[in-house]
Design a protein around this ligand. Sequence first.
Ligand code: AMP
Ligand code: MG
Length: 342
Amino acid sequence: MNTLVLNNTQIDVAAEILKNGGVVGIPTETVYGLAADALNGEAVAKIFRAKGRPMDNPLIVHVAAFEDIERFHLVREIPEAAKQLAHAFWPGPLTIIMKRTDVIPHEVSAGLDTVAVRFPSHPTAQAVIRAANTPLAAPSANLSGSPSPTTAQHVLNDMKGKIDAVIDGSASAVGVESTVITLATDVPRVLRPGGITVEQLRAVLGEVEVDDAVLHKLADGAVAASPGMKYKHYAPKANVLLLKGSDDAYIRYVNAHAGEDVCALCCDEDLLLLKVKTLSLGKRGDYLTHAHHLFDCLRRIDENHTIHTVYSRLPSIEGVGLAVYNRLIRAAGFEVIDLEAI
Ligand code: AMP
Ligand code: MG
């Protein structure tokens, strides 16, 4: 298949492909998405094939207005909390899970009785959804298990020849996937941290729980509230090790383990002190910038075939730091070295 590279003046071309059951890579403010008509099960099945995504991992349905939820009859009832969240954070990087109707194909819900809905803020994403005149199912546009794409080039690296088209927009502003919150539980619960923080959600809703799988490895045999959380995710091919300890202890440890095949995923302040290859996520404590750079850094590690070991600090779980922590701990297969215990 020839993958067309479109620009944002060719929204009508993308919309035509989508109406005909095709798959198009689209820019969003979180990461690039792989979009298909969410109400067409056959079209959605193509997303799973292109990504190599396990069929039990449900997709997020993207709308271009809060009213689309009712217009397309996506959910049984819109909870009051959903209205509050939408008012505060939509359009934006927040996905809300609600009880679904039968309009949702089983390919989208993966057998669950819920559906995840998001209204993205990216103007191109909104324009494509409006022009296609249907909600779009759109997971991240990477091969399953690889770091999510934040540029059209990342999408082409993974998807060229496998999808109908990609729209080349700017680099994704947020850089990590949306925060996922479910309203199908008694107390609202965050299943995946992202650009909207737990602190922000609590300011609107009051009590909000954080699912265990956000911070910890699921116990063998446990059922994941969000099926995506059980898979090894966001992993570069090199071995990622997370180091827990002070800034000085991190630098000492990495320098003591220096080698041609070693890379430090670090902060700007560490660059002159480290004696190995470096990739910086940004200034210390600037979690928004860390999120913006994270997946690009993980992809750069893969592009440099000589790197076998990556040492990163264990991120903070404050604010957007939690989203970076959640991705990196999975990239590291939950392996953390406690420098104070050495
Ligand atoms: P992605 O589309 O790559 O950003 O991944 C979507 C994430 O949302 C995955 O972790 C899914 O498991 C999760 N998800 C989507 N729909 C649901 C749902 N109905 N219930 C729980 N998790 C969901
Ligand atoms: Mg993904």
